[in-house]
Ligand binder design. Structure first.
Ligand code: 5GP
Length: 121
């Protein structure tokens, strides 16, 4: 899939659309999800133009990969969910129900999250 530079997260990265920023470093940005599914629901994205986890794994530098992994754990700690537990999730493509075609890692926490996966829909 070709990267769409006008996807909503690309526009957030360019500052064209506001976000509720939680964390930023050289390679990543984290912000609160606009439609939270849990008391803590944060999205962590790479600043580079990657459509999905697959694309990122294939093309990102070691520094970008390390930064994203570390940012996810750091943000979970900052959000105060590390001790009680939390979930990370990345939707990929049509079957994964990915709506925004820029890689994002969801961080959920702040309540018991229940079963790992819901029914198809
Ligand atoms: P996906 O289904 O692609 O994994 O998830 C996309 C997520 O992006 C959804 O949870 C949705 O609420 C969130 N989202 C969509 N548009 C915006 C936006 O403009 N700002 C923020 N903060 N989140 C958004």
């Amino acid at each position: 899939m070709t990267y769409d530079p006008n996807n909503i997260f690309a526009r957030i990265l360019r500052g064209e659309i506001p976000c509720s920023k939680v964390h930023e470093d050289e390679h990543t940005l984290a912000f609160n999800d606009i439609n939270p599914q849990a008391p803590v629901h944060i999205l962590v994205i790479p600043k580079g133009a990657y459509v999905s986890f697959d694309d990122f794994a294939a093309k990102a530098s070691e520094a970008e990969i390390a930064a994203l992994v570390r940012a996810v754990a750091k943000v979970a700690g900052m959000a105060g969910v590390a001790e009680d537990g939390w979930r990370l999730l990345s939707n990929i493509g049509v079957n994964g129900h990915q709506e925004v075609p820029h890689l994002h890692i969801h961080i959920f926490g702040g309540r018991k999250l229940g079963a790992m996966i819901g029914k198809a829909g």
